[in-house]
Design a protein around this ligand. Structure first.
Ligand SMILES: Nc1ncnc2c1ncn2[C@@H]1O[C@H](COP(=O)(O)OP(=O)(O)OP(=O)(O)O)[C@@H](O)[C@H]1O
Ligand SMILES: [Mg+2]
Length: 495
């Protein structure tokens, strides 16, 4: 089924400067643990017609005739440039155009060694695979622009890891995402002083992932088609240059929006190295991530992040810095001053998006700016003062909300979960007053809309670490996958 999809050699057609052809490992076993039936319709496939054997054939045994491409990239890891990276345990399996007209990647993780594996085994632990499946689904259903997992297959090997009781079980995952071109893909080309390859890749990225940016032909009608000038070492036409500026400007906006989505979702990615930043502004690579238990800007998810560089509250600044580092390769084709102007808007884009998403989580489509600002401020204040669960606060708000709140301040957030804070946290009283004040302007229909919005944005199920550990416990102790499927069901049904 997957073998007969209409694969497009989009990246492959750029030539062997960007990747190496590799082979998949032969695994002793293939046990399908997860298939993402929600994704299949995007590929034009009817889930009922796709068998488990189809998944195993394509994404466990890797039968098929396409070249598998280990992509070359570098990256800044914890602030240090690392030229010894690249797909060390994965490859681009293929690219397919969805029924929505968009190009999608199937990328593997844990599929065997490549020229970039260094001394590592090219494998993915089963727990790592389970965690990535869960994160992607949870984020997707919280409205985050994210990759998703198409399949997870257990592969029957024993792996040794410093951060899991070992030996531990192995798996191979296939990721479904717009692109695996990373900031680090460009950084590598800069390292090797190849502005020509930067330009070629950028043209490809704009054509495939930023199609609304006007192509040179139409731009040149009104512009100055003949004018060519030097940016860095490269000769760039005026209208080409305009496109590149538009691209960087939009990337800045997309990344700002993505970080706002993580922050509102209470998500800490944990490893925001530039090799984990997609050029399409999508989120992916869910390793030691965590959803924050309580609102704490200093919350750090990765045990190896000794200085808290990638803590929850630094994420916007880190992504801004990553965009700044990307200016180095892009300076080959984009004037520095234009990139700086674009990046200067990052903070504003981030904050505007964040505030809007938080207002949505609080039940409203729109609020006047000053009111939105005040409500957000009080919400954060309460979450910080009380250290009530971040997800619990919103879930409880959604559960307890009642249209009677409009006429009766005394009923707002009086459920049991808020009792401990009624006396001790003064921001709760102020929050209630403001919320009441906002509701007073609403009609009965609008109140119903608030109730719906609250439930829609704030599912009861939160993917907190203890929840994942419980799922993993059942798997590792009793090979019981039921809790995993039940959790996935709740997440996918936004319960
Ligand atoms: N077990 C492994 N074997 C070989 N290379 C590995 C292994 N684990 C990580 N790497 C390499 O180390 C670098 C950082 O890995 P990271 O944990 O960010 O995930 P990843 O393997 O990069 O996958 P992706 O970024 O596509 O989600 C990458 O170059 C990766 O290929
Ligand atoms: Mg990675």
């Amino acid at each position: 089924m997957f073998l007969s999809l209409n694969y497009e050699p989009a990246l492959e057609s750029l030539g062997y400067d960007y990747f190496d052809e590799v082979a998949a490992a032969n695994f002793p076993r293939h046990i399908l643990r997860f298939r993402n039936d929600q994704v299949l319709p995007i590929l034009g496939l009817n889930p009922e017609e796709v068998t488990d054997a189809d998944f195993i054939q394509a994404f466990g045994k890797f039968q098929g005739v396409r070249p598998f491409l280990a992509l070359r990239y570098h990256g800044y890891q914890f602030g240090e440039y690392n030229p010894r990276l690249g797909d060390g345990r994965g490859f681009l399996y293929g690219q397919v155009r969805g029924v929505d007209g968009e190009l999608y990647d199937f990328g593997t993780k844990g599929s065997g060694t490549t020229p970039y594996s260094r001394s590592a085994d090219g494998r993915l632990t089963l727990k790592g695979g389970v965690r990535e499946v869960l994160a992607a689904e949870a984020l997707y259903h919280l409205g985050v622009r994210t990759s998703r997992c198409l399949s997870l297959i257990e592969t029957g090997e024993s792996l040794w890891r410093g951060d899991e009781p070992s030996p531990t079980r192995s798996s191979v995952m296939v990721r479904f995402t717009r692109s695996h071109i990373r900031f680090g893909t460009f950084e590598r080309l800069h390292y090797f002083k190849r502005p020509d390859l930067i330009k070629k890749l950028l043209d490809h990225v704009i054509e495939q992932y930023y199609p609304q940016i006007t192509p040179p032909a139409s731009l040149s009608k009104g512009g100055e088609p003949g004018k060519v000038f030097k940016v860095g070492e490269t000769e760039v036409g005026q209208d080409e240059c305009n496109r590149y500026i538009q691209f960087y400007t939009e990337l800045v906006e997309r990344v700002a929006q993505l970080v706002a989505q993580w922050m509102a979702a209470g998500f800490c990615h944990a490893v925001l190295n530039t090799d984990n930043m997609s050029i399409t502004g999508e989120s992916f690579d869910y390793g030691p991530y965590a959803f924050i238990p309580t609102y704490d800007p200093a919350f750090t998810a990765a045990y190896f992040d000794y200085y808290g560089r990638y803590c929850y509250g630094y994420q916007p600044e880190i992504c801004r810095w990553n965009l700044e580092m990307l200016q180095r390769p892009l300076a080959a084709v984009i004037p520095q001053a234009d990139m700086e102007d674009a990046l200067a808007t990052f903070g504003e884009h981030y904050y505007r998006n964040y505030r809007q998403l938080m207002i949505n989580k609080l039940g409203f489509e729109q609020l006047p700016e000053s009111q939105a600002e005040e409500l957000l401020g009080l919400t954060i204040q309460f979450l910080q003062d009380s250290q009530m669960g971040y997800h619990a606060f919103f879930a409880e708000l959604a559960q307890q909300f009642n249209s009677s709140w409009r006429d009766n301040l005394g009923q707002i957030l009086t459920g049991e979960s808020f009792l401990p804070f009624t006396q001790s946290v003064s921001s709760l009283g102020k929050w209630r007053e403001l919320y009441h004040h906002i509701l007073q302007d609403l009609s009965t229909d609008e109140l119903e809309h608030v109730a719906q919005q609250l439930r829609n944005k704030n599912p009861k199920t939160a993917l907190l670490r203890p929840v994942i550990e419980e799922i993993w416990h059942a798997i590792t102790e009793n090979d019981n996958w039921q809790p995993f499927y039940e959790l996935l069901n709740r997440i996918q049904n936004k319960e």
